[in-house]
Design a protein around this ligand. Structure first.
Ligand SMILES: Nc1ncnc2c1ncn2[C@@H]1O[C@H](COP(=O)(O)OP(=O)(O)OP(=O)(O)O)[C@@H](O)[C@H]1O
Ligand SMILES: [Mg+2]
Length: 344
């Protein structure tokens, strides 16, 4: 299995009795260990994996290597040694609690914050070497949209379109795409939160960007709107865009992202595909609910020995099984484990 190659095995000495203990875990993971010899308990943190952007240079539309950023008048790094890469046709989810450094990282990468340390490459070229032509190649859906409230949605998009050089997607096509066609000539000041969010999303696609940054694109949307936006994102991945997606919504991250990275206090602690994470952090059991007479009974079976488990096979043949599923971890649970906090 691909993800298992990331598991690190380490030998550590018990601080009390010096007994050697073998521990296994993921890069950046913190685990509790107990010495089998003297029962002393302790915490062990696995080192963060080698930055992926460094291990395969040139493959990525976005390459971020070891960036640090500190805001003026702050004595704390808002971004601290962050490295990752995003390929064309890939959605990378950037997850983490409030204030973790997600928006700051995005702002550094798109050239809005100067004075960072480290290296950023976009489409193979150092960020420092790009001039304003970078903005013709990237699209940004900002966290806090800034539209002209007195202009209509169509006028807003036409105005922003005029800032680009090169081919523009017709604003009305974009408004149709996000289901705002009939509201196109209404002033943005009269728009609801969800409508503004859709407009912001549409605006980020005006220049048909190769690299696309989205900060909470489904915020404030109803389930239909959320589905629409997610389908567009998936379609754009198929078209080969490299997508940097920041979200607090773990269901969205799970559904959309090829890989996710968890950032906590400015540090990226873990990068992995949602599927591998869920399998690795889940329990290797199958949960079965079946009827015994009129009574519903729940039983767990070991996943690995299922094919030879007589009780399970008898149940399967008996036709009394009501539900059956594996005990995968959810991305919510993994978020809490990886960041050490609840979603806020
Ligand atoms: N303009 C600023 N000046 C000073 N400090 C800032 C500024 N913007 C953000 N910070 C600080 O930098 C840190 C990271 O903030 P950032 O906005 O990147 O977090 P975030 O992960 O995007 O959070 P959220 O999920 O709430 O959007 C926080 O400690 C925040 O207080
Ligand atoms: Mg943010």
């Amino acid at each position: 299995m691909m993800g298992d190659t990331n598991i690190i095995t380490k030998k550590v000495a018990c601080p009390h009795c010096k007994n050697e203990i073998t521990v296994e875990g993921l890069p950046g993971e913190t685990i509790e260990i107990k010495c089998p010899n003297c029962n002393t308990k302790g915490i062990f943190a696995f080192p963060v994996e080698k930055p992926i952007a460094e291990s395969a240079p040139g493959q990525y539309a976005i390459e971020v290597n070891n960036i640090d950023f500190t805001y003026q008048k702050s004595d704390k790094k808002a971004v601290n040694g962050v490295s990752f890469g995003i390929k064309k046709g890939e959605i990378f989810g950037f997850l983490g609690p409030n204030g973790a450094g997600k928006t700051t990282t995005q702002k550094v990468i798109i050239g809005l914050l100067k004075g960072y340390n480290g290296n950023v490459k976009i489409l193979g070229k150092d960020l420092e070497s790009w001039k304003t032509d970078l903005y013709n190649r990237i699209g940004v859906g900002f966290e806090l949209p800034n539209h002209y409230q007195k202009l209509t949605a169509l006028e807003n998009l036409e105005l922003f379109a005029s800032f680009y050089r090169g081919k523009i997607t017709p604003p009305m096509d974009l408004l149709k795409m996000v289901d705002l066609e009939k509201d196109a000539n209404d002033r943005v000041g009269t728009y609801s939160k969800g409508m503004k969010s859709k407009l912001n999303f549409a605006r980020s696609l005006l220049n048909n960007p190769e690299v696309w940054f989205l900060d909470e694109p489904t915020t404030g949307l109803d389930p239909v709107g959320r589905r629409l936006i997610k389908d567009i994102i998936l379609q754009k991945r198929k078209e080969g865009k490299a997508i940097f997606l920041t979200t607090h919504n773990m269901n969205d991250a799970d559904e959309l992202c090829d890989r996710v990275g968890f950032i906590v206090d400015g540090k990226l602690t873990l990068i992995e595909s949602p599927r591998e994470l869920k399998i690795r952090h889940g329990k290797k059991i199958v949960k079965v609910e079946y009827l015994e007479g009129n009574e519903l009974v729940k039983k767990d079976f070991d996943l690995k020995s299922l094919a030879d488990n007589k009780v399970f096979l008898d149940l399967l043949r008996s036709g009394s099984i009501q539900t059956i599923h594996t005990a995968e971890a959810t991305l919510d649970e993994i978020f809490i484990k990886a960041t050490g906090r609840q979603l806020k």
